[in-house]
Design a protein. Structure first.
Length: 300
């Protein structure tokens, strides 16, 4: 191509140089792949986010989840370059974390096929636990909890399951780092790093933070019921009013009503039930059901 352009600049418009060799074919293949990979990724992301918006009935949630997907992907590739190009973990002596060296040239870096094989898979891995968490947030919000309260309860309810699933998934991909092929080692590292970051950082910090920004937009255009259970960001008087309405705290901030109706007890138990861990230091009623006190709610 450079020779053809030089010939044109010298006035030889009809001269065209062409090359045919295994190296030229490989370079053309790499160029075509690199040019089309962003298009394939954007197309895959567009389909995934469209299906999520339709399934959940939330038109704006894809825009919030997009940030939680793009960021960990950049972290994973950055860490991979740090390991396989800069050799930051070479001192460990583990072959799966050592860069491949080119004679008289230094580390080879990431193989050109690694982004092609991992990018769209990482999109699915990043969206997987995000969707699990947001579905639980949606369920709590439909049950009458506030926007931020739903996020808090969803984190508590899904935490053990998602953490266990993430560790199992990560350990599975560790097997790819035990072989002698540099490509599979690099792919395994990217998958393991992406899963661990998504499980313990993105899911616990980034996703809740994004969902907490104008949380009413998380469900638009779907209509959610008026929140009946609020404790985050409320003052002591409002907390006592909330508990007093359920029959557990006297309106003046006194002790719990001894004659609270069974219906009010069941009402609160139906929401807290298996999520008593979300209410630290919750006192127990005579029947053993968890009942948050003013102190426990304020502690949240």
């Amino acid at each position: 191509q450079n020779a053809t352009e030089n010939a044109k600049s010298l006035g030889f418009e009809g001269v065209t140089y062409k090359m045919f060799s295994p190296s030229a074919i490989m370079m053309d293949r790499i160029k075509v792949t690199n040019d089309r990979l962003p298009i394939a990724f954007l197309g895959c992301a567009l389909v995934c986010f469209t299906l999520i918006a339709i399934a959940l009935g939330a038109a704006l949630i894809p825009f919030k989840l997009l940030f939680t997907v793009i960021l960990p992907i950049t972290w994973a590739y950055g860490a991979a370059l740090y390991v396989y190009e800069d050799g930051v973990l070479e001192w460990i002596g583990f072959p799966g974390l050592a860069p491949t060296y080119i004679t008289h040239s230094g580390p080879a870096g990431l193989d050109w096929t690694v982004p092609m094989f991992t990018l769209t898979i990482m999109l699915g891995l990043a969206l997987d636990y995000d969707v699990f968490l947001f579905e639980r947030v949606w369920e709590f919000r439909e049950e009458g909890f506030g926007d931020n309260e739903s996020i808090q309860l969803a984190l508590s309810a899904t935490g053990p399951t998602i953490s266990a699933a993430g560790m199992i998934f990560a350990l599975t991909f560790v097997a790819m780092m035990l072989g002698s092929m540099a490509i599979t080692n690099q792919m395994g590292f990217i998958f393991v790093f992406s899963i661990v970051v998504d499980t313990f950082i993105v899911r616990t910090v980034l996703v809740p933070s994004m969902l907490s920004l104008n949380p009413c937009l998380n469900y638009w255009p779907s209509k959610m019921p008026e929140p009946r259970h609020l404790w985050i960001g409320t003052d002591r008087e409002k907390q006592e009013t909330f508990l007093g309405a359920l029959g557990f705290v006297s309106p003046g901030g006194g002790s719990r009503h001894q004659d609270s109706s069974l219906a009010s007890r069941k009402s609160l138990a139906s929401y807290t039930g298996s999520y008593a861990g979300s209410f630290p230091d919750s006192p127990r009623s005579a029947t053993g059901s968890a009942m948050p006190s003013t102190t426990s709610v304020k502690g949240l």
